[in-house]
Design a protein around this ligand. Sequence first.
Ligand SMILES: [Zn+2]
Length: 79
Amino acid sequence: MECPYCNKKMQLGAIEADNLLSWTPEGENKGRMGRIFRSDRSPNSVILAELNVFSGSTVKAYYCIDCKKIIIDVPVTEE
Ligand SMILES: [Zn+2]
């Protein structure tokens, strides 16, 4: 993938967490407990990675070392 800011090639890597990994709009984050338990999280949260009992939560991400930007494709999940 090319960086949309500088058009250089981005490096593929992964973002990992022990629990659910999600993006939540500013001001809607309910703190640590809200991030751990799905029922407490904001309905506007975007889940980046579900918990995998073997490897924790992980999602592929592209990184531009020049621009200090990371781009993540949000996984398609069926609710
Ligand atoms: Zn860049």
